[in-house]
Ligand binder design. Structure first.
Ligand SMILES: [Fe+2]
Length: 512
């Protein structure tokens, strides 16, 4: 790394004030008293392993005010984990510190639990008790597992819809919920849809915290977090629309963008049930990780934002979204994941003993293009994998050549339900099925038929419905069920099955 770049990162880190300081030297609030209930943002759990899970909460008696209405002092928070909902068989307990420099968020990495078990958890502080959450541990690494039900979704724009579909997700009782990006949207209020953002861009630490707090006040989202452990990755809107690595959508490798990114990553960490490995260091934060579910499934969760190269031929795409006739787009040195994460992904997949290898990332992945009306040449989007086609081909070729067992790609970003069959060439053999499990509430301006016309590998698209997908995995098959809200703008909406896809072990692609 050249010195200038390193200095830039360091300066960004200092400017954003993101270092998480140790407790020594803190002002401690010995006997805290809050004017209101401090657990207004709910509770959550995440990143389960065979012996434990992360428990999360954030103290915020006045959630939309600066600092959540908390004093600039450290507060002790008690936590409990039990085998039963009445907390009569306690499996673990302790005290964690909610620190002002982490927005009084609490991340407890519980250890010593038994594998493949349901647990209940709650927090206490200042005589107040949080709601009770339900979570579970993963099976032992070498366990012979016969069944897993997981859910995935993405894109929960607060303004364009309610989160009613989460009520059905809770009723579906998945062991694990994967959220694939756009947990928040950074833009100010646009006055369309049933709800409204505040009239500010989320662009610094205080405003990103306010935006996360606003989203976390939603009761259906809180209930979904309280029902199962989540495994979350981000996309662009947790920071800024269509950013690429250290480049803002407006272009320029600017120190001010890295300061903004550091603030956004910090607020993201503060509001998600993430392990210590994800504590941000300035504008850098490790989010890509693996989760093993015995011998049945392995999840590779990718970060296609932080390490990517900038968009190709920026001068040729005045709309910032598409390019035509851009040779740089095809440059094999261009990377979506960064070379380190790409090597890590291939190493993890090569070492996997799982029957099913789920790749959780941000996009639909299938190639998509439209004919340029002026030149007749194809035009490609630059924000998704079409801006990085060589990197996509490397992944598909690896899955094929290393004979990875039952790869399944899942993604978000498209604001649609999508089912595709990925191949290296238009008429080539199918290498892996790829699904976008719906947007929870974010809307799309595209018609379903338009999407299908542009992408020959897509076999199903629905852009006007919103929801999530449930996947029932056994050694023999993965059954993917798309569930859509009747009306995402109705807070009391019902949710029903939209479409079902069957993937048989050993057979790339799907039946519907
Ligand atoms: Fe989105």
């Amino acid at each position: 790394m050249p010195t200038t770049r390193r200095d830039l990162l360091l300066r960004a880190s200092i400017a954003a004030g993101t270092a998480l300081l140790p407790i020594y030297g803190q002002r401690l609030l010995a006997q805290p008293r809050f004017a209101a209930h401090p657990f207004t943002l709910g509770i959550a759990s995440g990143d389960p392993e065979a012996d434990g899970v992360v428990l999360w909460t954030r103290l915020a008696p006045s959630p939309l005010d600066d600092h959540g209405g908390m004093p600039a002092e450290a507060v002790a928070v008690g936590w409990e984990v039990a085998e039963d909902e009445a907390f009569s068989r306690v499996a673990g307990q302790g005290t964690a510190w909610a620190l002002p420099q982490a927005a009084h968020s609490v991340h407890v990495e519980v250890q010593g639990l038994r594998p493949d078990r349901v647990y209940y958890y709650r927090f206490h502080t200042a005589g107040e008790t949080s709601g009770t959450g339900r979570t579970r541990t993963a099976p032992a690494l070498d366990a012979d597992v016969q069944a897993l039900r997981y859910a995935f979704t993405a894109c929960q724009h607060y303004e364009t819809g309610y989160y009613g579909a989460y009520r059905q997700l809770v009723a579906d009782d998945p062991a694990l919920v994967l959220f694939l990006g756009d947990y928040i949207y950074e833009r100010p209020g646009r006055d369309r849809g049933p709800r409204r953002h505040p009239d500010e861009h989320a662009a610094n630490l205080a405003s990103y915290r306010r935006r996360h707090a606003l989203y976390k006040t939603d009761p259906d989202l809180q209930a979904a977090h309280a029902a199962a452990p989540w495994l979350t990755i981000w996309d662009d809107h947790e920071v800024e629309n269509n950013y690429s690595g250290d480049v803002s959508q407006d272009g320029g490798d600017s120190p001010s963008f890295l300061v903004r990114r550091a603030a956004a990553y910090q607020a993201y960490y503060e509001h998600m049930p993430l392990r210590r490995r994800s504590i941000p260091v300035g504008p850098q934060m490790q989010l890509h990780r693996s989760l093993v579910w015995g011998n049945l499934a392995r999840f590779q969760m990718l970060d296609a934002r932080q390490y990517r190269d900038g968009r190709p031929c920026p001068d040729m795409s005045p709309d910032r979204k598409t390019v035509s006739g851009c040779a740089e787009r095809l440059d094999p040195s261009r990377s979506m994941l960064g070379s380190e994460q790409e090597r890590w992904l291939f190493g993890e997949l090569a070492g996997s003993n799982a029957r099913w290898n789920v790749i959780g990332q941000q996009f639909a992945m299938a190639e998509s293009s439209q004919v340029d009306p002026q030149t007749g040449d194809p035009r490609f989007g630059v924000d998704g994998w079409d801006g990085y086609p060589a990197a996509r081909d490397r992944i598909l070729a690896f899955l094929r050549d290393a004979r990875i067992s039952n790869p399944v790609v899942i993604g978000g970003n498209s604001h649609a339900f999508i089912a595709s069959e990925l191949s290296l060439h238009p008429e080539g053999p199918v290498i892996a099925p790829a699904f976008v499990g719906g947007s929870l509430s974010s809307t799309s301006g595209s018609a379903s038929d338009d999407l299908l016309r542009k992408a020959p590998q897509m076999r199903f698209a629905e852009t006007q419905r919103h929801g999530y997908s449930i996947v029932d995995v056994t050694p023999k098959s993965s059954m993917l069920t798309m569930r859509a809200a009747a009306d995402a703008t109705d807070p009391r909406t019902t949710t029903s099955t939209l479409r079902t896809f069957a993937i048989e072990s050993g057979v790339p692609g799907f039946r519907d």
